[in-house]
Design a binder for this molecule. Structure first.
Ligand code: HEC
Length: 166
């Protein structure tokens, strides 16, 4: 067992050289130690931009949104912006003047007439949430328009009754 001390020594040298190598790796040799991982006892990385923390601000549902005030002023300009959105995204189903007679309306069991008083009585926040989330057959438009464009569209939807009674 004379060899034991020298064996231990060489084992020690191997281990320490090995771990030094693992720490000082050239950039093309990625490993779990030097990679961009969160190591134990180290602070987590900052969340990616535009993400919402689990306990952060939530996207409101339709009920919660119903009393949101419309932050976009009701002007000819905002209604014109809403009209552009409507013509692009909504008219194909709800019809050019909201009567529920768009080109593909017949393929749905029910295509609401947006000029009817019960729709016109909806609060701005309620219509806003419908546009954002969609419905059973209606697709969501959360990713198609900016927040301001959606609120402008609400102003435009609210012009339908006026046009209908003219
Ligand atoms: C693919 C067809 C389709 C498109 C596009 C569409 N909708 Fe709808 N929408 C529906 C259907 C169908 C309903 C009835 C509820 C359901 O089944 O989702 C509805 C319901 C609604 C309602 C509620 C009416 C009610 O009876 O309570 C509103 C308001 C509305 N849509 C507005 C819009 C607006 C504004 C757009 C454009 C951003 C739009 N919709 C785009 C199909 C569509």
């Amino acid at each position: 067992m004379r060899l034991l001390p020298s064996m231990l020594l060489s084992l020690g040298v191997t281990l320490s050289v090995g771990s030094a190598l693992a720490r000082a790796q050239p950039p093309f040799m990625k490993n779990m130690y030097t990679g961009p991982v969160v190591l134990p006892q180290v602070e987590t990385r900052a969340p990616a931009e535009d993400t919402i923390a689990v306990d952060g601000v939530r996207v409101l549902d339709r009920i919660e949104s119903q009393h949101l005030p419309n932050p976009v002023p009701n002007t000819a300009e905002s209604r014109a912006s809403g009209e552009r959105m409507y013509d692009v995204y909504c008219a194909v189903c709800h019809g050019a003047t909201g009567q529920g007679d768009g080109q593909i309306a017949e393929h749905f069991t029910r295509m609401p007439n947006l000029a009817l008083p019960y729709v016109q009585d909806y609060t701005d926040g309620w219509i806003y949430a419908i546009i954002r989330q969609g419905g059973r057959s209606m697709p969501p438009f959360a990713n198609s328009m900016s927040v301001a464009e959606r609120w402008s569209l609400v102003h435009y939807v609210k012009t339908f009754e006026v046009e209908r009674t003219q």
